[in-house]
Design a protein around this ligand. Structure first.
Ligand SMILES: C[S@@+](CC[C@H](N)C(=O)[O-])C[C@H]1O[C@@H](n2cnc3c(N)ncnc32)[C@H](O)[C@@H]1O
Length: 243
């Protein structure tokens, strides 16, 4: 995915960290309501570290992603956090955390088997009694096709994007998100890029079964949000049972 590779230097113009303040405050509250003593948090698929840039004010964050370019961005935004390159399906750090966080990166798991691999990674890194908090973009039951656009100007460059979330085929476990990017370079020239990301789509029952299969007990939450036209955030809060 070029968005997370050659286009990564444009990311701060696509999703600036200030846009994540409200949602990060929801994640912070959920971590603390699970356990007021939550201190260490592992994020799988940290991207540019936008949520982490807010969460690090309260938690000690370890940030992981499979893309070196995205880790570079996150390091520059969050130099005080530990960064490790790794795929969420296979990462093993030999360390456990009070909570494990997976934000919209989980959408890149395209099959139930891949989903279970990522959840198993979350399980092994979670302290017994700890929390795994996941923000999937959609469940099958709540999927909504649509388009959105955005982007900003900063430091002599500009970017605008169109994101088209396409209706999946009936009974499909995938949906396609098409991106069109217009990039205005420092010299004023404008170039265009396009790519399609294929994302996994699972029902609430498949999520709960996959969590149970790796040893996690999960529940689905809807947290009021009311920003950017989104009425609520759909989340999964799971617990690694204490022995
Ligand atoms: C939209 S970004 C995540 C945003 C991030 N949570 C934040 O708060 O800024 C999605 C990230 O998922 C990462 N990703 C996709 N598949 C992955 C995998 N299998 N393992 C680890 N990271 C992955 C991509 O490299 C990308 O950086």
């Amino acid at each position: 995915m070029e968005l997370y590779n050659s286009l990564a230097p444009w990311m701060p113009l696509l999703t600036p960290a200030e846009n994540y303040r409200l949602e990060a405050s929801i994640y912070r509250r959920l971590f603390l309501s699970h356990n007021p003593r939550t201190r260490t948090v592992l994020e799988l698929g940290c991207g540019a570290g936008n949520n982490a840039s807010h969460l690090k004010q309260r938690f000690t964050m370890t940030l992981t992603d499979r893309s070196p370019q995205m880790l570079r961005l996150s390091r520059s935004q969050n130099p005080e956090c530990t960064h490790v390159q790794g795929d969420m399906r296979t990462l093993r750090l030999k360390q456990r955390f009070d909570a494990v966080f997976i934000h919209d990166a989980i959408a890149y798991m395209q099959t139930v088997d891949e989903l279970k691999e990522a959840l198993a990674t979350a399980y092994v890194h979670c302290e017994p009694g700890g929390q795994v908090l996941i923000q999937p973009d959609y469940f099958t039951e709540t999927f909504k096709a649509g388009t959105s656009h955005g982007g900003i100007d900063r430091d002599g460059r500009g970017m605008r994007y169109l994101m088209w979330v396409e209706e999946p085929q009936p009974d499909s476990h995938f949906y396609n998100t098409h991106f069109a990017f217009l990039l205005r370079h420092e010299d004023g020239s404008v170039t265009a890029e396009q790519e399609t990301h294929t994302m996994g789509l699972f029902s609430e029952a498949q999520w709960l079964e996959s969590l149970a299969a790796v040893g996690l007990t999960g529940e689905i939450l809807q947290e009021p949000y009311a920003d950017q036209g989104i009425p609520y955030l759909q989340l999964i809060s799971a617990r690694r049972p204490a022995p």
